[in-house]
Design a protein around this ligand. Sequence first.
Ligand code: AMP
Length: 358
Amino acid sequence: MTAKTIGIIGGGQLGRMLAIAAARLNFRTIILEPQTDCPAAQLANRQITAAYDDPAALAELADVCDVVTYEFENVPVKAAETLSASVSVYPPPKALEAAQDRLVEKRFLNGCGIITARFHTVDSQADLEMALEDFGGQGVLKTRRLGYDGKGQTVFRSVADSPDGAYAALGGVPLILESFVAFEREVSIIAARATDGTVVCFDPAENVHRSGILHTSTVPATISPTTADAARRSAETILAALNYVGVIGIEFFVLADGGLIANEMAPRVHNSGHWTEAACVVSQFEQHIRAVAGMPLGDAGRHSDCVMQNLIGDDILAVPDWLQRADTLVHLYGKTEWRPGRKMGHVTTLTPKSPNLA
Ligand code: AMP
């Protein structure tokens, strides 16, 4: 097979793991990222060091790549559209549009028949107070754009939580108030769609967050086969609606009756899918590379149960202990300095596969 070149916009750890998977299948990778010595460029063939929307850099990327993908959802939509005039861009730019704004995302999901939390748009303190009144004083106030890992959010647990100043505190930007979902657990599904429309889904993972950041993903999730099927069906509907190519991650809240409420979707490989590199023959990273390169998707079956744990901040200091364990795969991201809240790597611990209800 002739080696082809895949462009990746974004130079973080997700790009790094995509570059590794691409290299194993004989693809060259070129990273577009303003930060030098970024995690992805350490392992890619080349870096174009420029802003994500730099016209000359985009023209060069289109020129030297056979296909361009991205590793984060805040790639400027205009940049993706400009590129797509001269090179294939997967996932399609309209997936970026749907995922970048929580209001657009919820309307899109609801339009697909997928249930989300109820919501009101909030563009002023008065809007916030009206919205909270409608939700009985409870809700989660979020920035519509650029929120991640729980940043840009305020939780109102009861009428005792005063909304005074809450609109301004999030920066006076467009917001959304979501109704508070009393969920029993959180799960996500990682799915892939090929250029021929074939979809494969990995098993749902059960996710635990700490301080808004993913802490662990456990597979199998403690959900019924019916709930797992519902997650798969939602993924299939979303992928078809976007005429999607590549891997997507979709997060859900699970209610006590097993019902699912979609929280958000990420049009890229996802932190809650890192376990696939240890517990499946084909990881989410390889699946994404196969999809965007027009290759057949791999099997998404799982040979083991597992728990993936993020190494955040000083968790990195425990790596020597993790390395002693025969049941654990350690994966580090090439970041030289740790800071509180910074994702430094992850570990996946395997156990023999149990009869899987999900
Ligand atoms: P997000 O940035 O939307 O993924 O939210 C971060 C975390 O906040 C989620 O994983 C949940 O644990 C919690 N959360 C977000 N939205 C809601 C909601 N509407 N109701 C209850 N908890 C929520």
